[in-house]
Design a protein around this ligand. Sequence first.
Ligand code: FMN
Length: 328
Amino acid sequence: MVTIGNHILASRTILAPMAGVTDRPFRQLCKHLGAGMAVSEMITSDTRLWQTRKSQQRLPHQSEPSPRSVQIAGSIPDMMAEAARQNVAMGAEIIDINMGCPAKKVCKRAAGSALLQDEPLVAAILQSVVAAVDVPVTLKIRTGWDPQNRNAVSIARLAEDCGIQALAVHGRTRACRFNGQAEYDTIAAVVAAVNIPVFANGDIRAPHQAREVLDHTGAAAVMIGRAAQGNPWLFREINHYLERGTLAEPPSAQELADTIAAHIRAIHKHYGDYLGTRIARKHVGWYVGSLPSGEIFRKHFNELDNPSQQLKSLNHFLTGQEEWETAA
Ligand SMILES: Cc1cc2nc3c(=O)[nH]c(=O)nc-3n(C[C@H](O)[C@H](O)[C@H](O)COP(=O)(O)O)c2cc1C
């Protein structure tokens, strides 16, 4: 059983925060399909920027199922504390701090994983956020800032001392960006060093792999990012494998079609017609990427800019696959 403060997670699989991907519709879908928690896209700690449409759409909402974990990014302790307070007032039940993202925009302001170089600043940020809110605060890190400076264990101990209640570790350094293969030895060392739940993250794509990573690291849960894009059923499949040691049936063609349609409808509703139809293209591209004729369909779908046309065309493709294969 994985607990974060007073929250008991329904499973040992967590959706990783991904800017531009883990918006409210996708988080809700992943939770519905078995993710024990789904962390929001990061929100800047600069509250002056929250009036932008992008930030408005990222802010938490009371209607989202628990536990609502909202990730904040920044490097000034007081601003991080204020951002945490305001998010809790809007419905966040867990505050997650981003020290794992190598994105330029964040790192230029010395936020994200660049902070790992400055342990006193890390401590100041963590202490001020923990003191600011009465909900659990969690932290997401990489294993260090480059392979010669893997200080995840030291950061993890510091985090625990500061009152952080769970820690997600991506098995790469900042310098590694997304290159090479994630390594899990440092994650195992972190698990051994602290008494808070640790979530293992990086390159986990299949049920047996989740089992291996949990066994190797002793982590409380796995955190899945890119492999969930276009495959939210992965949470259910991993949960099934962890509980029973057997592979779950893949989703039927009907379930596939119904789930994707519901997801796309939720995107249209959340973002409105103009933005919604554009954001839908990205997700549909992931969904159909591995299907026969998926590439042909993706190109066709990308030209549609009307919500009902998108849904009609998607339904036609997903329920009339043979027709498309012949057309190809
Ligand atoms: C498109 C994209 C956006 C991301 N945005 C964030 C973010 O906002 N905050 C964060 O902590 N990590 C972010 N990450 C990193 C992921 O949370 C995760 O640590 C990384 O993708 C490794 O896990 P995976 O191999 O399962 O994808 C992002 C990754 C991707 C691919």
